[in-house]
Each structure stands twice: as structure tokens, then as C-alpha cells.
Design a protein around this ligand. Sequence first.
Ligand code: USQ
Length: 419
Amino acid sequence: MKVLVTGIDGYTGWPLALHLLARGHDVVGIDNFVTRRRVKEVGADSATPIKPFPKRIEAVRELTGKTIGFHKGDLGDYEFVDRVLRSEKPDAIVHLAEQRSAPYSMIDVHHAVTTQVENLTGTLHILYAMREHTPEAHLIKMGTMGEYGTPNIEIPEGFFEIEYKGRKDLLPFPRQGGSWYHWSKVFDSGDVMFASKIWGLRATDVMQGVVYGTRTPEITDNRLLTRFDFDEVWGTALNRFVVQALLGLPITPYGAGEQRRGFLALEDSMQSLRIAVESPPPAGEYRVWNQFDEEYSVNQLAEITQTVAAEKGIAATIEHPPDPRHEAERHFYHPIHEALPALGYRRSRELPEVIREIFADLRRYRRRIEAKRHTIAPVVRWATGDNRSAVHGRAPTSTVTAPVATPAAASPTGVPSSE
Ligand code: USQ
């Protein structure tokens, strides 16, 4: 199949491209490199030294003999999206190109608006261009388990049967996002569902849990490394915990630490997305999959990280800073995840094994991580309307007052020389 991956330069986009290529698919990517710029905006950097994009695809060509097609551009520019879909005519589109950080969306009004405008606009542009040029294609849209929040009942895969005042219906399960970012995904879900209904598009809306890990089996060379963020804005819980242990900083489950989430390893995220690509739904079907491996509380993850650290001779400590977010710190959590296992999904490795691998990989980049240790402590607070000075105060350059602008201009096929 020919698969278009939007956000191909990102943490999951890049390993997905490698995974799909290895499985014999043709891969074309889109990116505007905004994540690279926004990580710098908050003074942070990837722990792994990732190559400029042209070097990445050059390395793939050299190592595998395969070519990745690429269009540099912005999904906010409809002419660009229209041109790419018209010329490429993909069989499947995996849409990962969205602002993906909850804390980033909570910095201030500009970051909230940027997150929601960009995420919703990009998705709508893809939906319209699909209708125009590839109505038979399958859209795999990256959503998040965080769309559901933490209700006191089981979470189904997207829809549930409800009886109310004597009548029954199958309805979308209520959504309760926990940040402006999570709400952007909720609104996207509604748009994808509606487009499937009115235009007969086929779509899989993936409610993905928190992803962890440094590598996948296809990352066989340093030039193929994917990014790995660990600062408070772009880093996610378990990845941050390993970095904290490595640097001798306390591991930080926020608040009571009994917040539970679904987690999955990077390689299993790839496995799941590939299964979605290879098993499209019929035309007009909008389906929702809960995509995670297992639920853990952040306290459990902190303890498992501490145990693995001890094996490596590191005496990691655990501390509970006040939770900077507005979230339940103790709650019931039981999401269903049956669709993927029914299609053959199996967990690749046990959690401690993956944590050992993260430690081993990160040890090589200790100096890079040390240089950014000041970006680890949480300063973005959900209750504060303007966190700009706190987060930008630690950026290396002068204070940034608004999100780094996304260039609207797109070069249709050009691979940039400097990204
Ligand atoms: N947390 C800690 N300590 C930390 C960092 C996080 O206790 O140092 C807690 C948070 O308070 C939260 C949980 O860990 O309860 C998860 O936070 P996170 O930063 O790992 O993940 P989150 O902000 O929810 O977002 C991440 C990705 C996002 C994806 C989402 C899946 O950035 O793109 O959609 O995970 S989910 O969490 O299922 O919504």
C-alpha cells in the first residue's frame, strides 16, 4: 500500500515510516518541522541527537535501498494539502501532524489557540482533500485516550449502548479532555466522525495511551534514531522518569501519583498503527480503537523505574511535587481494548526490558541530557492563565511571547537543506 504519514519527522512518525517500509509498504511523508522549533522555544532538546531530515532519508536509502517520498509543508495551507493528495493518491493516511503536548497548550492563551486552530484546521484540510482526491483511502487519525478523561465507569472503544428514560441508543462515549490539547483531539474526533457520515469516508480514530521508549527493531543505526523528549513540556511520564533516575534527580509522580493511564511501547504503537493500515474498515465506517498495552498508575511506573535503576547501581528516589495539572489523583480507570488484540496485536516485550533499553540508550547521551536538566521540573500550571515567563525564562534565547510561527509557504516536493 502507499501510505502518507503526516508528521513523519516526529517521535512516532519517523519510526512508523521505517516500520511500514520494512513491511513492504511505500511511504510518503509530510512535515513542517515545527516540533523541532517548538522544543527549542521552551529551552529543551531531544536527548537523542536526531539527524536533519534529508540525512534521515539518505541513511534509509543507503541502509535499505528504499526511498521515502517527502513534501515539506504545512497542513494549515489547503493548497498544499490538496496538491499532495492529488499527486500522491495514497491508499492510507496516518495523520500524526498535530501539536501533541498538553502542557504546551496550557502555557497561555496563544498556545491554547495555536493548538486548537492548528489541530482542527489540519484535520479538516485532510478530510476535504480526501473527499476531493482519495475518497476510497483510509484515514488513521491519531487521537488520545485522554479524550475520555477518567470517568467512574468502564471506557468502551468509542461508542456505548445507553438506555435513558426507557429508550436505547448506541452513542459516542462522553469525552472529558484534561487540557486544551486533549480537547482539540475531542473536537477532531467529532469532525472525522461527521466527515465519514456525510462523505462515506473510512476512518480509524486511534485513542492512543502514553508512549514510551527509545527504539524499534527498524532503528538499526544511529542515523535512524527518533527524537526523545524529557523536558516538562514535551516529555511524557515514563520517559521522564528514566531521565530523572539517570541524572540523580528524584522521580516525580505528580500529587498523590495514583493517576492511572494506558501506556504502550514505541514499537507496539508502530505495530498497532500498521495493523490499522492493513485492516481498513468498509467505506463510510468511522471506528474507534483504544490503543494501549496496559494501565499503570504513575506511582507504579516510578517504582518499576526505581527497581530497574537499582539493577544498574543507581539509587533513585521518588518525590511527589504538587500536581501542576487539574486532574483526579485517585480514580477508577478501566478502558476496554479488544479491537487490536482481535486483529492479532500482541505486546512485544515486558515493561522492565524496555526500561533497561531506555537506560542503555540514554547513557550514551548523558552530556546532552545534563545540558537540559533545568527543563525537567514542572512550571506550567493548569490553574495559571499565563505561564509564559516561567517556561520561556529558561529558554536559551530571549523571551518568546507567542508560539513560534509556522511557515505557511510550502515547497511541494523539496527536501529542506537545514531541517
Ligand atoms: N505525570 C507525572 N509526572 C511527570 C509527568 C507526568 O505524574 O513527571 C503524570 C501526569 O500528571 C498525567 C500522566 O502522568 O497524569 C500522563 O502525563 P504525560 O505527560 O505522560 O502525558 P499526557 O500529558 O497525558 O500526554 C501524552 C502525550 C499526548 C498523548 C497522551 C496520551 O504528550 O500526545 O495524547 O500522552 S493520554 O495520556 O492517554 O491522553
